[in-house]
Structures are given as structure tokens and as C-alpha cells.
Design a protein around this ligand. Structure first.
Ligand code: SF4
Length: 380
């Protein structure tokens, strides 16, 4: 397993710290940061703390000390994406079209489909990734709630991933001519930024994210690990159909074909089967497998990095498989202990729908949270 290579094929890591500092220093600009689910479990050891420590609240406090005006949790956008993707899958299943639905939260995977499977682009979920959903909501909803001109916001996302820098620059990821996200910095750049500002991470009071994107479900946090998005969407679908929470005993785990991990569950007589693809190794063979009609797969989650975003190309360098597993374990423990395990029960998300989006799959949701993909030359 190699953690040094960005799955998008980027040869060098583009640095964005300078433009972020420029924005922070500009009094005319309102700076907003969002933090991806996997960041808080990956960097404690960089600041002399136990590697197993989840430092979410410490990172919020550090970002405010650096000068960000608002800090948000991308896991809340992941919860919104669970609402939308669950509905999209239910609609496709009912209409018998574009099944299995392929996940679209990993931009390296999306680009791979555009390049190598252009005739399967219709299978990709049209819902934007959590990074882009948060960016779009910051620009088009949050800006109104605080009375800021959307073009005066500099929106920064802190991601485990170099492919996210590419995703933020896609021309599809704009609304009314403004990019959803202005700048993406990797976890490694965040560590450098915090050190540059001399923040003492061991002696800082933890803080919370800002409203309206401050409460997440643990399902939103699960997006940081392989299988997590599939589980979050399964929980959402089950809740939508039964008004009850999906628990382990309702889930049947299995392997299909050459060993792809899959699980199935029933909700009020409806059967669902999800496949999880962990990394792009042997991907052509796997795609053939999950698309076979006899496997009856409804949804396929693909994460380009083995283990998922906890092992992203922008995370602190480690050749140690153990530390990647440790990061995944912390996220699993957060989920285990959390009181809100399903996006359907997230009050922050309810408020966003009530105040702005109106309903799941509404015209507004489609306008601000959905996108389209198109065939791409293999060399681009
Ligand atoms: Fe980025 Fe996560 Fe995809 Fe890796 S798995 S490329 S970190 S989105």
C-alpha cells in the first residue's frame, strides 16, 4: 500500500496556504473554513498528542486563533448528502433506471469513471460531494443568514486529499458564476499553517463549530472511512422507509464474485444490496462484477484510497498501515458512542431544509446540491 501517491495522478502537491493567508489578512473578506470528517483523527501526533486523540474541538479553536471568521464541519454536509443520495437511490430503484447507483463523494473515483467508463457516467450519483455541498450552502444560504455578499466570502476547505483541489476547480462546481469552494488545503498544509501561526495545540480550549453547520450525526463522520458513506446512506434509507434506525442485526454482510465486500438489508419488505470498493486495485475486474445484473447491487461506494479518506494523499505521511487502521478505529469509536447515528435525526440538517432547501430532492436542492459529469480525455 502506498500512501504517497495521489490517486488523481497529480505529480506534485500544489500549495494553497499563501492564498489562504492573504484572505485572512484582508479585512474586506470573510473567511470560512470547513473541516473534512477524517482530519480530526489524523493529526494529534503532529502536535505531540496521543495519536489516538480526536482533536476536532482543538482544530476549531486553532482555526479561529489563526483568523478564520467561521468554522464548519463538513460532516454536516455529508449528512445532507446522505438525505439526497438516499432519495436519489429510492427514485432510481422505483423507476428501474441507472442502477446500481455509484457513489460520487470521491473525486478521484468520479474522474476515473469519466475517463475510463464514459458510458457509465449516468450511474454516478448526481449529488455533489460533501465538500461541494458545504461550499454551495455557505455561498448561497449561510451568506444570507448573516447578511454577507457571497462574493465577499473566501471559502476554504481542509481536506485529506489532493483530488479535492481538482474537484473544487471543476467548472461544474460553481453557482451563479462563483465557485462553491475558493481554496482547498490538505491536512499536511493545515499542520504547517497551525505551526506557522505558533498555535500551542496542547494548551488551547476546545471549541464548537459555528451555526448553522455545527451538529453532525456520527454517520456524517463515517464518510472518512471506506464503507462509511454506504453505511450512512443505508441508515438513511432504512429510516426513511421504516421511521426506525437500522441496527447491525438487520444487516447481512457477504462477499460477491471475486471477493468484493457487500451487505444487504430489508426495509419493510424492500431488499437493498450495497457493495463497497476499497481502493482502485483490480478496479476494472471489480466494476465488471458489481455491474452484473445477477448480483443485484443497488449502490456501490468506491473510495480511491485504500481504507478511505483516513488514508488520503493529503494526510500526514505515514507508511505505517497500523496508523491508518488506528484512524479508522477512532472514527468507529466516535460512531459507537454518538447519540445521533443517522442523518435523519440531525437537527442542523432539519434546519437547513426548513429554512432554505425546503425538501429533499426539491428544486432548490437540485439547483444547489446536484451536478453533472461528462466524458474526459484519459490524459486530462
Ligand atoms: Fe480523496 Fe478520500 Fe477519494 Fe482518497 S478516498 S481520493 S482522500 S476523497
Amino acid at each position: 500500500q502506498c500512501v504517497l501517491v495521489c490517486p488523481t495522478g497529480a505529480l506534485t502537491e500544489r500549495q494553497n496556504i499563501a492564498e489562504v493567508i492573504d484572505a485572512i489578512n484582508n479585512p474586506e473578506i470573510v473567511t470560512v473554513a470547513q473541516i473534512a470528517p477524517s482530519i480530526s483523527v489524523s493529526i494529534a501526533s503532529e502536535f505531540g498528542m496521543k495519536a489516538t486523540k480526536d482533536i476536532n474541538g482543538i482544530i476549531y479553536a486553532a482555526l479561529r486563533k489563526i483568523g478564520f471568521d467561521y468554522v464548519f464541519d463538513t460532516s454536516v454536509a455529508a449528512d445532507i448528502s446522505s438525505h439526497e443520495m438516499a432519495q436519489e437511490l429510492l427514485d432510481r430503484k422505483e423507476n428501474g433506471e441507472s442502477i446500481p447507483m455509484l457513489s460520487s463523494c470521491c473525486p478521484a473515483w468520479v474522474k476515473f469513471v469519466e475517463q475510463w467508463y464514459p458510458n457509465r457516467i449516468n450511474l454516478l450519483s448526481a449529488v455533489k460531494s460533501p465538500q461541494q455541498i458545504m461550499g454551495s450552502l455557505v455561498r448561497n444560504y449561510f451568506s444570507k443568514t448573516v447578511g454577507i455578499n457571497p462574493s465577499n466570502i473566501f471559502s476554504v476547505s481542509i481536506m485529506p486529499c489532493l483530488a479535492k483541489k481538482f474537484e473544487a476547480q471543476r467548472e461544474e462546481m460553481t453557482t451563479r458564476g462563483l465557485s462553491d469552494v475558493d481554496s482547498v488545503i490538505s491536512t499536511r498544509e493545515l499542520v504547517r499553517l497551525i505551526k506557522l501561526y505558533g498555535i500551542d495545540m496542547q494548551n488551547i480550549e476546545t471549541q464548537h463549530a459555528d451555526k448553522p453547520f455545527n451538529i453532525r450525526s456520527s454517520a456524517g463522520k463515517l464518510f472518512g472511512i471506506s464503507g462509511g458513506a454506504a453505511e450512512a446512506i443505508a441508515r438513511m434509507i432504512y429510516f426513511r422507509i421504516t421511521s426506525k434506525e437500522l441496527v447491525d442485526k438487520n444487516i447481512k454482510e457477504e462477499r460477491i464474485g471475486s471477493g468484493v465486500k457487500a451487505f444487504s438489508f430489508k426495509a419493510a419488505g424492500h431488499q437493498f444490496r450495497f457493495a463497497i470498493v476499497n481502493g482502485l486495485k483490480n478496479i476494472h475486474e471489480i466494476i465488471g462484477e458489481v455491474l452484473k445484473p445477477e448480483n443485484e447491487i443497488d449502490f456501490v461506494e468506491v473510495m480511491a484510497c485504500p481504507g478511505g479518506c483516513v488514508n488520503g494523499g493529503g494526510q500526514p505521511f505515514t507508511m505505517d498501515e497500523k496508523s491508518v487502521k488506528q484512524r479508522a478505529k477512532i472514527i468507529a469509536e466516535i460512531d459507537e458512542a454518538d447519540g445521533i447515528k443517522c442523518a435523519a435525526k440531525n437537527p442542523s440538517v432539519h434546519a437547513v431544509y426548513e429554512e432554505f432547501l425546503e425538501d429533499v430532492g426539491s428544486e432548490k436542492s437540485k439547483k444547489f446540491l446536484y451536478t453533472r459529469y461528462s466524458p474526459r480525455d484519459v490524459l486530462l
